[in-house]
Design a binder for this molecule. Structure first.
Ligand SMILES: [Zn+2]
Length: 93
């Protein structure tokens, strides 16, 4: 089955993040692109897991908020799934 190639999207390591739906690019870090997430969503998933396990953020509240702002600034929509992480960041800032 032939795949339609109507744009350059998908070349050069660019892809759409599964979570925030923005176009992103492989970072070469290796982890996030394998699961179809941008680097910021990947980190937020990590934060969510850590928060669920330990009740604490993995990195600083300021870093968590920076991740959200980076997604929104790039036209992404983090959605509701990271609400607990964001609330925790604001509560502990
Ligand atoms: Zn994303």
């Amino acid at each position: 089955m032939a795949r339609k190639q109507s744009s350059n999207f998908g070349r050069g390591g660019a892809y759409k993040c599964d979570c925030c739906k923005r176009a992103t690019r492989a970072t070469g870090r290796g982890d996030n692109e394998h699961v179809g997430l941008c680097a910021e969503c990947y980190d937020l998933y990590g934060e969510e897991n850590h928060l669920a396990d330990s009740g604490e953020l993995y990195s600083s509240p300021a870093e968590v908020i920076r991740l959200f702002e980076a997604i929104v600034a790039a036209g992404g929509k983090p959605g509701n799934k990271f609400n607990s992480v964001l609330s925790k960041a604001h509560a502990t800032l």
